[in-house]
Write a protein that binds this ligand. Structure first.
Ligand SMILES: O=c1ccn([C@H]2C[C@H](O)[C@@H](COP(=O)(O)OP(=O)(O)OP(=O)(O)O)O2)c(=O)[nH]1
Ligand SMILES: [Mg+2]
Length: 170
């Protein structure tokens, strides 16, 4: 087994994608969602249109693709880290959820978080990534009293702030 830590040129074997997902391209001039590297979790999505985002502005951007996921799966629309770090480009509802039953065009609700600079995107630019995951559907069973847990009802900072964990200081 190659060791990528001692030998950075070693190639780590990764399984080929095996889950078949029906893809309908609404715009045949645009590339389909694609994984940039073996082992990547996200397949990149492109914008089907040119987009101008003023600082703070958001836009619902078409990607030119529709999919049919198998039951028991969802596709999550995640931002791309590089665009977030360099330009402040993100997604308002990150991660967006594409349901297995959805047959419409996948759209991305982009937002420019930069305070000063606009963002210009050209048709075909990679704007987001689609992460396909198995999901459970719950049977919600109503009870009068929930089972006890160590956390209990503590939340919203109950373990403290930036420091090590412990009771919140008032
Ligand atoms: O980033 C996203 C998020 C959602 N969708 C599509 C696929 C999804 O199946 C559908 C509905 O999404 P969601 O359930 O998050 O939105 P909603 O406001 O609850 O709409 P609905 O009432 O149609 O469920 O919109 C996208 O194309 N991109
Ligand atoms: Mg919904």
């Amino acid at each position: 087994m190659p060791d990528p830590i001692s030998d950075p040129t070693a190639t780590v074997p990764t399984a080929d994608p095996t889950l078949e997902v029906a893809l309908h391209r609404l715009d045949s001039d645009l590339p389909p969602p694609a994984y940039a590297h073996p082992g990547d979790a996200g397949a990149d999505l492109v914008t089907a249109v040119d987009v101008h985002l003023a600082p703070g502005e958001r836009a619902l951007v078409p990607t030119g693709v529709a999919i049919a996921l198998p039951e028991g799966y969802a596709a999550l629309v995640h931002p791309r880290s590089g665009l977030a770090a360099r330009h402040g480009l993100s997604i308002v509802n990150t991660p967006g959820t594409v349901d297995a039953g959805y047959r419409g065009e996948i759209k991305v609700l982009l937002i420019n978080h930069d305070l000063h600079e606009p963002i210009e995107l050209a048709r075909g630019d990679r704007i987001a990534q689609l992460v396909i995951q198995r999901v459970e559907r719950a049977a919600f069973v109503e009870v009068d009293v929930l089972p006890e847990s160590v956390r209990g009802a503590g939340g919203y900072g109950s373990t403290g702030g930036f420091g090590s964990t412990g009771p919140a200081k008032s």
